[in-house]
Unconditional design. Structure first.
Lengths: 276, 301
């Protein structure tokens, strides 16, 4: 194995393409990101810590992370169900539903935000049935959870679907021939097979939900300490020209994003090993 | 998140009936539950956009688009997409070529770095550009001296959109080109083709569906981006509002028909995106089947 940075290749263009790639990447991504981290270096550690652990910030973390967890969990259950139904059964309209699953991914977040608010508000199509029951959705954390469930839906379904599709029939048939009931086969043979995909989908939906802004701010009501999500806190600080504070919280979110990115990459590497 | 938005094999065929399927009652209960869930989250919002937009009749709907601010917002959105899409497209192809066709140290790191913008929250994406180009940012004083406006002006919006949509085409092409390998390009070179010829006549036809798919998603995201653009734009009516920002302004002013009218444009864009996506998947599945059929000299499905 030659000791070089790049194995020889007959194909042309490595220098040019690599150079352009690194240049563009640095200009658009790396330099702006490092500007953010360097800016926090101008704050003292004490200042940084106080900003990041202020009660309002902590309340926003609780809401953002908590609601994202719950939304991702809901998507894990119903997304798995939807993927199962789409892969295994045939029913009228299946293809349309299958294409529609990507809607939350394709629909701009602001549109999703105002539409969900309109639907779940007190006089909305669904809200008018829930409100008399005492379930208030708009302007409460429940509204946040619903919005985050909406935008995380395709991540779960699209991660589980290909795995379900490629699942070998032999496994189930072997289990059935060995005397397992249908439920036993599903619970002890199929679900464990799906677990890497489920975890990956959960992590993807969670990562997306934590940073989500547009879909949530309309339905949440944005009350500090109660229904204020972390990205909104950043924007509020920016509007008050508290750049240092905004950056501090932004760094917290960035660190979390990178950690999640790492976890997701590990999960996908594990999935790849399992399913390859 | 190195996992790409892979072109799924279109579910064109039903898995054959097995001895091990659930009883019919279970099946239909599951289908019903899934339909309720999906209907609630997918169909109802779509229907609501249409209902609210036309809530006061067609003339109110059309009048919303005659507002100069609305037209300015549409123009700015189109302008932003006109910059973001080609730039990130070129980058995606170039990066995929460098990564997929060559072996080098640090490839995984590079792929992860390219994926970074996908994992960063939109608000933070806008924040980092404010910290770089804003008045208190690194380059702020220099820009102010030369009277160049980036933040709270159009260039900032374009930059933030480029950041947010950065990985879309690259994520799509890299695994595709990696899976295709380098044999065909090497064969072309051996037969005497030059570098550009090889690229245009061998590589591009192979990746055309993945490329189209990536561009469709890129465009949808570029036109619909809200959080990042919200931070850098300054919300100056008629100047620095894209369609999503304008929707927010109208909604906050309780002009709900106008807000939903603008939103319906974006919803239509989303539907067109979904249709285009399905078409591309179908076509690529067909090409794959034809290719396999030719290779195996067997049935083409």
């Amino acid at each position: 194995m030659p000791l070089s940075l790049k194995r020889r290749s007959v194909l042309p263009g490595f220098g040019l393409t690599m150079g352009f790639t690194l240049l563009y990447l640095s200009l658009i991504v790396l330099i702006p990101l490092s500007a953010t981290f360097l800016k926090t270096a101008t704050m003292s550690w004490g200042q940084f810590w106080n900003t990041v652990t202020a009660p309002r910030a902590l309340a926003s973390y609780r809401l953002s992370f908590g609601a994202s967890m719950i939304a991702a969990a809901i998507n894990a259950v119903f997304g798995l169900l939807a993927a199962w139904v789409l892969v295994r059964y045939s029913f009228p309209g299946r293809r349309i539903v299958d294409a529609l699953v990507d809607l939350p991914f394709a629909l701009p977040t602001a549109v999703a935000g105002i539409t969900l608010t309109a639907v779940f508000a007190g006089n909305g199509w669904i809200g008018r049935y829930l409100e008399p029951l005492g379930i208030k959705v708009a302007f409460t954390p429940l509204g946040v959870v619903i919005a985050l469930t909406f935008i995380g839906l395709p991540f779960m379904v699209r991660t589980v679907q290909p795995v379900l599709q490629d699942l070998e029939a032999e496994l189930e048939e072997a289990a059935a021939s060995l005397g397992a009931s249908r439920w036993q086969t599903v619970a002890r043979v199929i679900l464990p097979e799906l677990s890497p995909a489920l975890l990956t989908g959960f992590a993807l939906a969670f990562a997306r939900a934590v940073g989500e802004y547009g879909s949530v701010i309309f339905i949440s009501g944005n009350m500090p300490m109660r229904t204020e999500i972390t990205p909104l806190l950043i924007i509020t600080k920016l509007e008050q020209y508290d750049y240092a504070g905004a950056t501090a919280i932004g760094v917290v979110m960035l660190v979390l994003s990178f950690a999640l990115l790492l976890i997701i990459n590990l999960l996908q590497w594990w999935s790849h090993k399992r399913y390859a | 998140m190195a996992e790409p938005i892979v072109l799924r094999r279109a579910i064109a065929s039903i898995t054959p009936a097995r001895a091990t399927t659930e009883p019919a009652i279970v099946r239909w209960t599951l289908i019903g539950t899934a339909s309720v869930f999906l209907g609630l989250f997918l169909v109802v919002p779509l229907a609501a956009v249409v209902a609210e937009a036309f809530g006061k009749g067609v003339s109110a709907y059309v009048a919303a688009f005659r507002e100069p601010d609305a037209l300015a917002a549409i123009r700015l959105t189109l302008l932003t997409a006109a910059f973001a899409v080609p730039l990130n497209l070129v980058f995606g192809v170039v990066a995929a070529w460098a990564i997929a066709k060559f072996e080098f140290v640090g490839k995984n790191l590079l792929i992860t770095l390219i994926d970074l913008p996908f994992s960063v929250s939109p608000v933070v994406s806008g924040l980092i550009y404010v910290l770089l180009f804003g008045l208190q940012g690194w380059l702020g004083p220099w820009l102010a001296e030369h009277d160049i406006k980036i933040i709270f002006a159009v260039p900032g919006i374009v930059l933030a959109t480029i950041f947010v949509t950065f990985p879309f085409v690259a994520r799509e092409l890299i695994p595709l080109m990696q899976a295709q390998g380098t044999e065909e390009e090497q064969a072309a070179l051996v037969l005497g083709a030059g570098g550009w010829q090889t690229f245009w006549r061998v590589t591009v036809p192979n990746i055309k569906w993945g490329l189209l798919y990536g561009v469709i998603l890129l465009n949808a995201r570029a036109m619909g981006e809200f959080g990042a653009v919200s931070v850098v734009s300054g919300h100056i009516r008629g100047l620095t509002n894209t369609i999503p920002l304008h929707v927010e302004i109208l909604y906050n002013e309780y002009q709900s028909v106008a807000a939903f009218a603008m939103a319906s444009l974006l919803a239509m864009l989303a539907l067109v995106t979904l249709v285009a996506k399905s078409l591309v998947e179908w076509k690529s599945q067909r090409d794959l089947a034809i290719g396999e059929g030719t290779a195996a000299r067997g049935d083409v499905r």
